[in-house]
Design a protein around this ligand. Structure first.
Ligand SMILES: [Zn+2]
Length: 297
């Protein structure tokens, strides 16, 4: 017994001395400064500071993996990520290492935002459905958590067809992650966490679409697209920001795996349109044309 204890202590000492020092030990802090508002109360009730801290940590790790930054030395020198829920307009914003989440946004987000974001729901809008499908849908409702489907307020106008089978894991996930609406908040937090970690924000004012596109690209890869996002191939210009740029970067990353990691690394020195050529061998205009051609628009 004693030997085991000594061995365990020795192992622990060895592990602590060989592991990297405190660098990389990021702390996560959540302050609800709007606890008296409807949104602040909903945040406490349905999301919670503890869960928010987990999301901040998971989003940070995910961002580092997308950015190919396994060691703290590769990352922006940030030792704390702070989330403040505040009674301000808008969805969210980030300044330095502090993310502000709008309490009014939290108050207004609904499970139906999740429904409208999913292409299958758009695709399958039909005014009347065959009886067999209605039965199938009914059976599925019994099979899944009834609450999970209820929370999306499916009505006879948008009952999906057999494709709903593909939605089951997503719906189940939505149900598991506390409530469907919380997925929206989680998606927002992923986007904002990227702003904490991405390089090059000194050029944000002049080239905001690059930075917003990267933030939404990470959110997309994490599986939390927002309500109202464009579909792949949509948009008039890669500089449209947000989901248009994110979908385009998703294409660039498929053409040249690691594209976003490379782009982020280069942005440390500020933005330069030549980065696209340096990373992919093609100009951004050529890439955009190829992307639009791929989706036929
Ligand atoms: Zn943003």
């Amino acid at each position: 017994m004693k030997l085991h204890v000594v061995a365990a202590i020795l192992l622990a000492v060895a592990a602590s001395s060989s592991s990297p020092p405190a660098a990389g030990a990021v702390t996560y802090e959540v302050n609800n400064e709007a606890a008296s508002t409807a949104g602040g109360q909903r945040f406490d009730r349905e999301y919670g500071a503890g869960y928010a801290k987990q999301v901040l940590a998971a989003a940070s790790s995910f961002t580092w993996s997308i950015f190919s930054q396994p060691s703290a030395a590769d990352r922006r020198p940030v030792d704390a990520v702070v989330l403040a829920v505040r009674d301000v307009d808008g969805i969210a914003s980030t300044s330095g290492n502090t993310i502000t989440l709008g309490a009014g946004y939290v108050a207004g987000v609904t499970g139906n935002d999740f429904k409208t974001q999913h292409p299958l729901f758009e695709k399958n809008k039909i005014s009347s459905i065959p009886r067999s499908e209605a039965f199938f849908y009914f059976a599925l409702r019994l099979l899944c958590h009834v609450d999970a489907l209820h929370s999306f307020s499916l009505s006879s106008g948008d009952l999906p067809s057999w494709d709903i089978l593909l939605l089951v894991p997503t719906v189940a996930r939505a149900h598991d992650a506390t409530k469907a609406a919380t997925l929206q908040v989680t998606g927002v937090l992923y986007h904002e966490v990227v702003h904490v970690w991405q390089w090059g924000l000194q050029d944000y004012g002049a080239h905001s679409w690059v930075y917003e596109g990267i933030a939404d690209f990470v959110r997309l890869r994490a599986g939390y697209p927002a309500a109202g996002w464009v579909q792949p191939g949509q948009g008039n210009s890669w500089e449209d920001s947000y989901s248009v740029t994110a979908r385009f970067f998703d294409y660039c990353d498929s053409v040249k795996p690691g594209f976003v990691a490379d782009l982020n690394a280069k942005l440390k020195d500020g933005y330069n349109v030549d980065y696209f050529v340096q990373i992919t061998g093609k100009t951004v205009q050529q890439l955009w044309q190829d992307y639009k051609a791929k989706y036929g628009n």
